[in-house]
Write a protein that binds this ligand. Sequence first.
Ligand SMILES: [Zn+2]
Length: 234
Amino acid sequence: MAQILLQLQDSSYPCEVVHSKRARYLRIKLANNGELSVVVPNGVALNQVEDFVFSQADWVERKLKALSPVNNKPSELQLAYLEETWTIEYQADNHLNSLNVFNEGASTIKCIGAVDDSSLLHKALGQWLKQKAEQVIPRRLAALAELHGFHYNRVTIRGQKTRWGSCSSSKNINLNYKLLFLEPSLVDYVLIHELCHTLEMNHSAKFWNLVGDCDANYKWHDKALNKMARTLPF
Ligand SMILES: [Zn+2]
């Protein structure tokens, strides 16, 4: 199935191309799980389809915002990487314009304060996730680097909006705390991908060969990762 990459304000978003014999005109759809597709009648050229999809960017952006769980309060965080599910309890205190997050027991997070301020909530939970990621992800990166013989300089955990990771020309690696939401095999793929960038700062054939040497299933993992990006809690 073909895919069109739609450029949005701060990310690119994949749109599946679905051919339909019964369709009479081009139609774009955004499913509740975030899957974007365009239905294409017979005889419409790909560049026409692209023009149509690109013309719908504002609509997609608006719809995505409405779908985004950032507007709601998540009731739990499923950290597939650690096989942990954390229930979130909220205690609103409208006198506070800050938000505190702390652990209560082994599987509950308590949020106290301005819990209806979605940007504060997002920040506070992000901070909590960052600390959690810092305990496990850099260690895994070091182990994979050792195993495959890569060298990097520094590793930093961040909350980038659209990237799982990046690697600078000075071999500093940035990784997203949202990796915690992924299965271990996908996290390993991201780490290997960034480690390979310490040798090849591009996505050339040489780069992908290197990735393939370290992860035989890299194509599948790369695809699965693109899908996951659409279903993250934030
Ligand atoms: Zn890359």
